[in-house]
Design a protein around this ligand. Structure first.
Ligand code: KG4
Ligand code: ZN
Length: 332
């Protein structure tokens, strides 16, 4: 698709403060400031996230404009995550974008964070539609049937936790840091998946990840009663097994969605798509089904404003702008 616009993208829905510049569909800068303050709490603390966004947002935007050599007068619009996310976090980015829009007299574009994860694909790929997209993040796990750049429908969804949450909660049970996904995968590459954690029964293409976290909890309790050094002595294998089970549960539903919908391509997006095993297995599924596979490079998988700027470029083409009395939303 051809674009003819310069857009500033702003993302602050959770614990990453990010801004990006996209010019005619090409990313010129994508600055991400991740918040370390949550690490010691084993999860995101909303109040601390809002405060850190408040401190970071102007320096991040400033750096983005400088790095991309963009003057504010050159911007055609300001695109910002409107939701879903944490309200206190969203407000910081949203109100900053509103202020810029008002003072610079540039249109404001509201971006859905999930649609932006899908739009991350269009930064580096010319996509063939219809496409099945597996969206895996800290807040969502969905299978999407993407009809074109603007339209998709949800054909599978989690009925409880998201896969990223299962990684994060599993890591917490194992005494590993936050975010848990990168921690678990780091130990998993050194181990063998010799323990099994059962899949949940769900209907159609739905996912469920709350049971596997509980089965990890009971498994650890039982083994620790027999041997108090069990976790330390078997950490690599436990991580490999837990990761393997999570990915197998996800891959099974991706395969089923391909069989049921006969897409022309498949893709993987969202923070958990940074996982190397999931990337490899998705590539293999594409190969077996003779379908092209699109996966963003890692900087566009976890939360970033590059994907917001790309989604903004699409909405700019459509002329879809927000009025200044619009509000952020927390749920999709
Ligand atoms: O998309 P994202 O940055 O934020 C949300 O929109 O939720 O996703 C964050 C999630 C976290 O749960 C984190 O543990 C997970 O992505 N994650 C990973 C990896 N890198 C990040 N999960 C598994 N393996 C990874 N390498
Ligand atoms: Zn996200």
């Amino acid at each position: 698709m051809q674009f003819n616009s310069t857009i500033l993208g702003i993302e602050s829905s959770c614990d990453d403060t990010s801004s990006a510049i996209i010019k005619n569909g090409k990313i010129k800068a994508n600055i991400i400031s991740s918040q370390d303050v949550h690490r010691k709490y084993g999860g995101v603390v909303p109040e601390l996230a809002s405060r850190a966004h408040q401190a970071n947002i102007i320096p991040v935007i400033d750096q983005t404009l400088k790095q991309s050599e963009t003057a504010v007068e050159d911007l055609d619009a300001i695109a910002v995550t409107q939701g879903p996310g944490l309200m206190g976090s969203l407000i910081v980015g949203f109100n900053t974008a509103k202020g810029l829009s008002l003072s610079l007299n540039k249109p404001l574009i509201g971006v859905n964070h999930l649609q932006a994860h899908v739009s991350a694909l269009y930064i580096e790929h010319e996509v063939v539609f219809p496409m099945i997209c597996l969206l895996v993040s800290g807040g969502h796990t969905q299978l999407l049937l993407v009809e074109d750049h603007f339209n998709y429908k949800i054909i599978g969804n989690t009925i409880d936790d998201a896969i990223g949450e299962a990684f994060d909660k599993g890591a917490k049970l194992l005494g590993l840091g936050y975010p848990g996904g990168p921690q678990i995968s780091k130990f998993a590459v050194l181990g063998e998946p010799r323990f099994t954690f059962p899949d949940a029964k769900t209907k159609d293409l739905d996912f469920s990840f709350s049971g596997i976290k509980t089965s990890l909890l009971y498994f650890l309790k039982k083994e620790l009663e027999k041997d108090s050094g069990f976790v330390q002595n078997n950490l690599n294998d436990i991580c490999a097994s837990y990761q393997h089970s999570l990915i197998e549960m996800t891959a099974k539903r991706l395969i089923k969605s391909i069989q049921e919908n006969s897409p022309k391509s498949i893709s993987l997006v969202g923070g958990v798509s940074a996982n190397l095993l999931l990337r490899k297995i998705t590539q293999e599924i594409g190969m077996k089904n003779n379908l092209p596979v699109y996966i963003p490079s890692v900087q566009y998988c976890t939360d970033n404003a590059g994907m917001i700027a790309m989604a903004g470029s699409l909405l700019f083409e459509k002329g879809e702008f927000l009025s200044l009395d619009s509000l952020p939303f927390t749920r999709s």
